[in-house]
Design a protein around this ligand. Structure first.
Ligand code: FAD
Length: 503
């Protein structure tokens, strides 16, 4: 028997299989939700069309940080001169490519990840999942009816701008940049955001001639202007050419080289072109119309418990709350707790049976999950709170930031105080000498007497950030921060100087 699909195509009508939960998209967030709910005793179907684990382990955080680790080792060796004698460095990409292939990605094979998921008790289905009416998910010929909910963790894909000629060229996205075995001689990078800068610095340190073209007037435009300046200076010192305020108008590929024609007659050529101009969710593929949700949106709007609509939750990049693995994992904790709470409630009738006892037993575990909300009372489901969202750009120096920038705070009409200090003027920065570029910038709400944002740039900028995240998250009074003891001579001791400079 066949029915009619959303595009008028023939869709086989099959009897849905009843399960507790269906998770569509098994990136970091989806895999965590599917695994934890299965461990809690629910019958869970996890659907993934590509690789279980998603972007982060195969084409994102992990392999890019392996590249950065290697590139930073080269940079440190080059800093021996003047500090500890002389050193000669011979960069070789082969061990980096091998490590990514063998240690990070199993040559882009998810056998181990699938086993990790099924060992936790979830059932795995390979394919594209799509909503097929309330509570239902279709994967090819299979249809699942979810008793307790559907979780969408379908992530994003690279957003490629509609620049004339670009679509017909063999441009790279982060996928080809991560999979590269032989480095090109020259590389054009379209986009000066976090991913563009991280990869540019890596490739430059391995000898590639890198040119970054950014349409906005500065790189890392979402961070503090001082951070953009330090990052741009550091990359230029590594030989990266940076052109800001240049809008790419046309791209050509002559069979071997790319030419990017920018506004005002600026032309750039290179062997390869890497497009890193943001990410986009593809909501039109999810069958949202079958459950009354508008698919013509940039992201899936969610409430503070990650509800999209009745019985549907979303997790990760698809929610648009921050494209970070830690956001996806944080949201996963909330979704797990909420699904379990709902399942327990649904099963709590006088003749409760089936999953009720298992789910009830799992609630202790759910309430101790990583997601810490502001509601706080025992057994309650935490609510998402992004005030202290940390973000780190792993350039050298690292750019760590949390909460609001100065501009964002002023736009909200907050009575802002700013504290700033350069790392080089701290004892540790002075000792460190070469490679000590950086600063601490604090944004305080003068009326509340608390920090609402901070930026930490430096050799360990992402690690120093943790103290500032605690301060913003817990709204620690400035008076308390001023009377803390900061270990001498650490980089984080510069926070004390920045606090002293708040005005
Ligand atoms: C180069 C790079 C470096 C990064 N570095 C960092 C970093 O250092 N720190 C950090 O926090 N973040 C980093 N990120 C971001 C991080 O990778 C993402 O935030 C994270 O992967 C998002 O996870 P997610 O749960 O949304 O799922 P994703 O990883 O986006 O995975 C979603 C999955 O859903 C699948 N899918 C989609 N639609 C369907 C469907 N209809 N049916 C079945 N399956 C479907 C996809 O195949 C995919 O596997 C980086 C990203 C990139 C590209």
């Amino acid at each position: 028997m066949v029915g009619s699909g959303p595009l008028g195509d023939a869709v086989p009508v099959v009897e849905p299989e009843l399960v507790d939960v269906v998770v569509v998209g098994l990136g970091v967030g989806g895999e965590e939700v599917a695994g934890r709910l299965a461990e809690a005793g629910l019958s869970v179907v996890g659907v993934e069309r590509d690789l279980v684990g998603g972007e982060c382990p195969y084409w994102g955080c992990i392999p890019s940080k392996m590249m950065i680790r290697a590139a930073n080792a080269l940079a440190e060796a080059r800093r021996v001169d003047g500090l500890a004698g002389t050193a000669q460095v011979q960069p070789d990409w082969a061990p980096v490519a091998k490590r990514i292939r063998e240690e990070a990605t199993d040559t882009w094979d998810d056998t181990v990840a699938v086993r990790r998921l099924t060992d936790r008790g979830a059932r795995f289905v390979r394919g594209s999942g799509r909503l097929d009416g309330p509570g239902r998910v279709r994967v090819g010929d299979q249809v699942f009816q979810a008793r307790h909910g559907i979780v969408l963790g379908t992530g994003t894909r690279p957003s490629v701008p509609p620049i004339e000629g670009l679509a017909d060229t063999p441009y790279w996205t982060n996928h080809q940049a991560i999979e590269v075995e032989q480095l090109p001689e020259s590389l054009l990078v379209l986009g000066g955001g976090a991913i563009g800068l991280e990869l540019s610095q890596v490739f430059a340190r391995f000898g590639v001639r890198v040119t970054v073209v950014e349409a906005l007037d500065r790189v890392l435009a979402i961070e503090e202007p001082e951070a953009s300046e330090v990052a741009a200076t550091a990359l230029r010192a590594d030989g990266v050419e940076i052109h800001t305020g240049v809008r790419a108008e046309r791209i050509e590929h002559d069979g071997s080289r790319f030419t990017l024609h920018g506004g005002g007659g600026a032309d750039f050529t290179a062997d390869r072109l890497l497009v890193v101009t943001g990410r986009r969710a593809h909501l039109d593929e999810l069958g949202l119309d079958t459950v009354g949700v508008d698919a013509a949106q940039r992201y899936l709007p969610v409430d503070d418990r990650l509800h999209v609509s009745d019985g549907i939750w979303a997790v990760g990049d698809v929610t648009g709350e921050g494209a970070f693995t830690h956001i996806s994992m944080y949201q996963a904790g909330i979704v797990i707790a909420d699904v379990l709470a709902n399942a327990r409630q649904a099963n709590a009738g006088p003749d409760a049976s089936g999953t009720a006892s298992v789910v009830g037993g799992a609630m202790g575990a759910a309430s101790s999950l990583g997601a810490s909300g502001s509601s706080g009372s025992a057994g309650s489901v935490p609510r998402a709170d992004y005030r202290a969202l940390p973000r780190v750009t792993f350039t050298d120096p690292e750019v760590g930031a949390v909460g609001l920038t100065e501009q964002q705070a002023r736009q909200r009409g907050i009575n802002v105080q700013v504290g700033f200090t350069k790392l080089g003027s701290s004892t540790r920065g002075w000792i460190h000498r070469v490679g000590d570029e950086g600063f601490i910038k604090l944004i305080a709400d003068a009326d509340q007497g608390v920090l609402i944002g901070a930026t930490s740039v430096g050799p360990a900028g992402g690690e120093v950030l943790s103290a500032l995240v605690v301060a913003v998250h817990a709204a620690v009074p400035l008076s308390q921060l001023r009377h803390m003891i900061y270990a001498y001579p650490t980089f984080h001791r510069a926070i004390e100087d920045a606090l002293r400079n708040l005005s």
